[in-house]
Design a protein around this ligand. Structure first.
Ligand code: PRP
Ligand code: URA
Length: 213
């Protein structure tokens, strides 16, 4: 499947690919898994913010005044999809420490794979912020499209989604659902299995982050 390169980017940096391989390994334990999710979120967040606009600022160095660059007042909100998305928040916060964090609580029905919302809380000025929606796994796309819907209803214009592993079915669903959203991932995997788990994937991200299985 081919996707629009302007809206869909696979982060192919060697560091990202190396860390992702360790993440996939069934022998990787909870502590290391959680650390790797944070590290991958930092590297992916760095790419997702590459086009943030800059403005000039005058800085006094110890020797003279000089014109430097600073980010031009970009206001960011990080939107983790609970639970697994929470694992990516701290990594993004190291890049944008003053970002606000809004939460979307969603779980997939184990039989129908449909997402069910159980929580949603956004910062009050969400419509003025660039929203980085984070979730390690994009499978059918049900959870992510629901989160995008809530953000659009709240008036958000700039939505960037960051996942670690994506299935082609989910990427298509998200890009078809919203023509303006941008999607970043570290891997486009082969397919979904009969339980809508990603193959080869890494298993259940929430369970592996929190050690619940
Ligand atoms: C997982 C994952 C995504 C969703 C992806 O969450 O973290 O949110 O499934 O699947 P989809 O693209 O088919 O919607 P899950 O529902 O297992 O909840 P959890 O994070 O609480 O474990
Ligand atoms: N959610 C996960 O955590 N893993 C998958 O492969 C699919 C959905």
């Amino acid at each position: 499947m081919e996707f629009d390169e302007k809206r869909f980017q696979i982060i192919d940096h060697p560091l990202v690919q190396h860390k992702l391989s360790i993440l996939r390994n069934r022998a990787t334990g909870t502590k290391q898994f959680r650390e790797l999710v944070t590290e991958l979120a930092v590297l992916e967040g760095y790419e997702a913010m590459r086009d943030f606009p800059l403005e000039d600022v005058v800085v006094e160095t110890p020797l003279e005044s000089t014109v430097c660059k600073q980010i031009a007042g970009k206001k960011v909100a990080i939107i983790p999809i609970l639970r697994a998305g929470l694992g990516m928040v701290d990594g993004i916060l190291t890049l944008t420490p003053s970002a606000r964090v809004g939460h979307v609580g969603m779980y997939r029905d184990p039989v129908t794979h449909e997402p069910h919302q159980y929580y949603c809380k956004f910062p009050p000025d969400i419509q003025n912020r660039t929203c980085l929606v984070v979730d390690p796994m994009l499978a059918t796309g049900g959870s992510l499209t629901a989160a995008i819907k809530f953000l659009r209803e709240a008036g958000v214009r700039d939505i960037r989604c960051l996942t670690l592993v994506s299935a082609p079915e989910g990427v298509k669903a998200v890009l078809d659902y919203d023509q303006d959203v941008r999607l970043y991932t570290c891997s486009l995997d082969r397919q979904l299995n009969e339980n809508a788990y990603i193959l080869p994937g890494l298993g259940d991200a929430g369970d592996r982050i929190y050690g619940t299985k």
